[in-house]
Design a binder for this molecule. Structure first.
Ligand SMILES: [Zn+2]
Length: 145
């Protein structure tokens, strides 16, 4: 499968909108042409500052596979991953990231461009986005600024 994949991203947008009441970030982990992990942000629900959608999706599949590597996987997120999630994706050695909208102002507590983190990583991790940005913005009722 070629990335970014529109079918996968559209499915992620639907999943996130349905699961989250249009308030959260959603994430899929994709291995070859299969979605192997799905999650949304649960920060407020579980009072866990690390429970972003990407962190939840990475944790879920790593526990299931009993392996902390995602070497041949792509991480799809409705929003550009924050520095914490980008770092987790680096630790997991994923193949690439596809993100929907460039919403870094929503996690502006730590103003480090995720692309800078990826440049510092030993392994080359591709990043592609914004992808289907308008549809991803709509999940949260936002419009392009
Ligand atoms: Zn994050």
């Amino acid at each position: 499968m070629k990335h970014p994949n529109e079918k996968i991203m559209r499915e992620l947008i639907d999943y996130t909108a349905k699961k989250s009441g249009r308030q959260r970030t959603g994430c899929f982990i994709v291995q070859s042409d299969r979605i192997i992990s799905k999650a949304i942000s649960t920060v407020e629900k579980y009072k866990d500052p690390t429970a972003h959608g990407e962190m939840n999706a990475v944790r879920k599949i790593c526990r299931k596979q009993r392996n902390y590597h995602l070497k041949d996987c792509w991480v799809y997120s409705t929003q550009i991953p924050c520095p914490m999630c980008t770092s987790a994706i680096v630790w997991a050695e994923a193949k690439g990231i596809v993100y929907g909208w460039d919403g870094r102002h929503t996690w502006g507590k730590l103003d480090i461009d995720p692309k800078t983190i990826l440049k510092k990583a030993r392994k080359n991790i591709e990043i592609f986005g914004p992808f289907l940005e308008d549809a991803c913005l709509k999940i949260r009722g936002y419009k392009k600024r």
